[in-house]
Write a protein that binds this ligand. Structure first.
Ligand SMILES: Cc1ncc(C[n+]2csc(CCOP(=O)(O)OP(=O)(O)O)c2C)c(N)n1
Ligand SMILES: CC(=O)[C@@H](O)[C@H](O)COP(=O)(O)O
Ligand SMILES: [Mg+2]
Length: 684
């Protein structure tokens, strides 16, 4: 029995073989467990979810375990992860694939003296368990563990930024700092094959390789996938790897990965695997990395604990920059995750562990609406092409790829390249649609500003997951786009409020031929369509409070339903609120200036940072037009916001209908008091 839970007895994975414990191992494990029980502070949580796992209060305890019990530990970790993540949701596939790797890392290196960095950080759950964090009940939920490394949680955690491809640069800097300070520490960076497609990694490798005496160990977790496969179909060209008889299982894994249909080109994978078209030209991966100045170890079976430990010890003893190439399988040990072709187990929501089926009620998502409209537009216009940075399904580019494979490009985790390559496509007569999460556009700001906008190129950016997102926490909030795009001359930004306006505004965006356009929308289920009562100069009026309203409430994007509720609540206090949705928020529509002249107070409401946001732009526009009406802007403070649900975070920020109505009522009363004072001759 390798697992206490039937779903781990997968037919797909050939190993790991935990098997029953030998009497010796059982004895040692029991002793270690007793010691560990005594050591675990009560706050660190349960010991009941797996006897051995429950004993691991720190990496020291892990290092004291005999190798024979490690497969059991790995099986317990998988049990635990499936059981817990099936309830909370989270990054299951990446973690199941990194169990042995993380165990080996913590046995060979001595964190926190040695520094272990997790690129992206979505695969750090096993690291959390091995560093004594065993309470996953509220993973990624308010008050619970973060879904990424978190310096508040543990001295073993360093990097909280879950934007990919940064770990090698952090590692380079840390190694330089330790060299300057004369500290003998190893710096280890675990990076996925997907993250390795990001340009920052190669900039870092260029520098790491130059530090011959700096002990940086780059561990590549090569599972052949980002979300979707990272690779091309070159299964017939693996002869160089076959030359090494120790890699039979590695070859199986690689062959499996290669046989999947790719969206992405193959050069990186070729390099990693020493693959080139034609055996005569075959290069070895050693050659590639060693030419760059890095010692190469591998490929190593990333589920073979013995092989991993021995490879990592070799790397550790080398004393300079070294790359350890491990081959793993995403979702390893849990059949539905291993068989996952649709990215469902990269970061699933809650699911039934017995079947792997999602238990979320079906809902129409913003992404699906965009995805369908993109295909409809592409059917009408041959110049429309789609670009994704390794997120074809999550951004909805997959539907275009299915319909027109030659008109959809997955460029890898390479947002900067995505944008400038879109600029090239536009120069060449196409109309590219770059679909990224709002937070990841940060990466490509300069490219958007100069490569696209300066050249007046017709590129449409579709920003998914804009605004407050939720469980991924601070790095994933899509709250900066409206501000940073505000400084891009000539850019046009739309913020649809529902499915109908998303379709409409997307079509308007791709109709623009003389510069960049942006359509941004939030995460999750799209709310019911909210028809306008009228449209004035391109601005939709959602609630018309008649002439000279007390308040003109300018609602941006998905806040429309909240804004309408605010108007209803304010009306109960005798305050007349007109609600408008500008649809296009940059540049600020002229019609808003005319409407604002009529109102006693203008309030803007946006799902983005207030600093430099639409409220600021509106106030400037009104001031420039000589409209003296006071403007109040409601939005997200430029601070770090913790993980939680979107609803919880919005409530924290006072961005619920109830809070906004109360706030508006106060402002209106304050204005009335001030007006009274001004008109009272005794106060002069
Ligand atoms: C800059 C950036 N773009 C996109 C993402 C979204 N993303 C998160 S994980 C991931 C795939 C990572 O693949 P890999 O590094 O191979 O790790 P694996 O999940 O396969 O373990 C992507 C694209 C991100 N985190 N950062
Ligand atoms: C690590 C990462 O960047 C993604 O996996 C992200 O967690 C996905 O978020 P969604 O669940 O909103 O697609
Ligand atoms: Mg990968």
């Amino acid at each position: 029995m390798r697992s206490s839970q039937p779903w781990l007895d997968s037919k797909i994975s050939p190993a790991p073989q935990a098997g029953p414990l030998t009497p010796l191992a059982r004895g040692v494990a029991a002793t270690v467990t007793d010691q560990a029980r005594a050591e675990v502070p009560p706050s660190k949580g349960a010991l009941s979810d797996g006897e051995l796992l429950g004993s691991i209060s720190s990496p020291e305890v892990l290092r004291a375990l005999p190798a024979e019990v490690l497969p059991t530990l790995a099986a317990e970790i998988r049990d635990y992860l499936v059981a817990k993540v099936s309830k909370t949701g989270g990054h299951l596939g990446p973690n199941l694939g990194a169990v042995e790797l993380t165990i080996a890392l913590h046995r060979v290196f001595e964190s926190p003296a040695d520094k272990i960095l997790f690129d992206t950080g979505h695969q750090a759950y096993v690291h959390k368990l091995l560093t004594g964090r065993h309470d996953f009940e509220k993973l990624r939920q308010r008050g619970g563990l973060s879904g990424y490394p978190s310096r508040d949680e543990s001295p073993h955690d360093l990097v909280e930024n879950s934007h990919a491809s940064t770990a090698l640069s952090y590692a380079d800097g840390l190694a330089k700092a330790f060299a300057l300070r004369g500290e003998k520490r190893h710096v280890v960076a675990l990076v996925g094959d997907g993250a390795l497609t990001g340009g920052m990694c190669w900039e870092a490798i260029n520098n790491i390789a130059a530090g011959k005496d700096r002990p940086v160990v780059i561990v590549v977790n090569d599972n052949g996938r980002s979300y979707a496969p990272t690779i091309g179909g070159l299964a017939n060209h693996l002869a160089t790897l076959r030359l090494n008889p120790g890699y039979e299982r590695v070859l199986d894994l690689v062959r499996d990965s290669l046989s999947r249909t790719p969206l992405v080109g193959a050069p990186l994978y070729d390099a990693l695997h020493g693959v080139k078209r034609g055996l005569k030209d075959a290069i070895s991966p050693q050659g590639m990395f060693e030419d760059l100045g890095l010692k190469y170890v591998g490929p190593v079976d990333g589920h073979d604990l013995g092989a991993l430990e021995s490879a990592l010890r070799r790397a550790k003893s080398f004393g300079g920059p070294v790359i350890v190439h491990t081959v793993t399988r995403k979702g390893y040990g849990y059949a539905p995750a291993e068989a996952d072709e649709a990215d469902n187990f990269h970061g699933p929501g809650a699911f039934d562990p017995a079947t792997g089926k999602s238990i979320a009620p079906p809902a129409l998502k913003w992404t699906k609406v965009f995805s369908e409209e993109l295909v409809a537009v592409a059917e009408e216009r041959e110049d429309v092409v789609g670009i994704t940075a390794a997120m074809a399904i999550p951004t909805g580019i997959d539907k275009l790829a299915q319909r027109y494979p030659e008109r959809a490009y997955d460029v890898g985790i390479a947002e900067q390249h995505a944008v400038t390559s879109a600029a090239g496509l536009a120069m060449g007569g196409m109309h590219p649609v770059v679909a990224v999460y709002a937070t990841f556009l940060n990466r490509a700001f300069d490219q958007t500003l100069l490569d696209v906008a300066l050249h007046g190129l017709p590129v449409t950016f579709v920003l998914d997951r804009a605004g407050i997102t939720g469980p991924d926490g601070p790095s994933h909030y899509g709250i900066w786009d409206l501000s940073i795009l505000g400084v891009v001359p000539g850019i046009k930004v739309a913020a649809p409020r529902d499915a109908a306006t998303l379709r409409e505004e997307f079509r308007e965006a791709v109709a623009v031929s003389d510069g960049p356009t942006v359509v941004r929308f939030p995460t999750g289920a799209v709310p019911a369509d909210l028809p306008a009562v009228s449209r004035v100069g391109g601005v939709d009026v959602l609630v018309d409070a008649g002439k000279k309203p007390d308040v003109l409430l300018v609602s941006i994007g998905a806040f429309a339903h909240t804004a309408v509720e605010v108007a209803a609540r304010a009306a109960e206090h005798g305050i007349r609120v007109t609600v408008v949705d500008p649809r296009w928020v940059r540049p600020v529509p002229e019609a808003l200036v005319t409407m604002a002249r009529e109102a006693a107070l203008v309030v803007s409401l946006e799902d983005g940072v207030r600093a430099g946001g639409i409220g600021t732009a509106l106030a400037q526009t009104l001031s420039d037009a000589g409209v003296g009406v006071p403007v109040r802007d409601l939005g997200v403070p430029a601070e770090w916001h913790p993980h939680g649900t979107r609803g919880e975070i919005l409530a924290d920020l006072g961005l619920t209908a109830q809070d906004i109505a109360r706030q508006i009522t106060e402002w209106v009363s304050l204005q009335a008091e001030q007006a009274d004072r001004t008109s009272d001759p005794l106060t002069h």
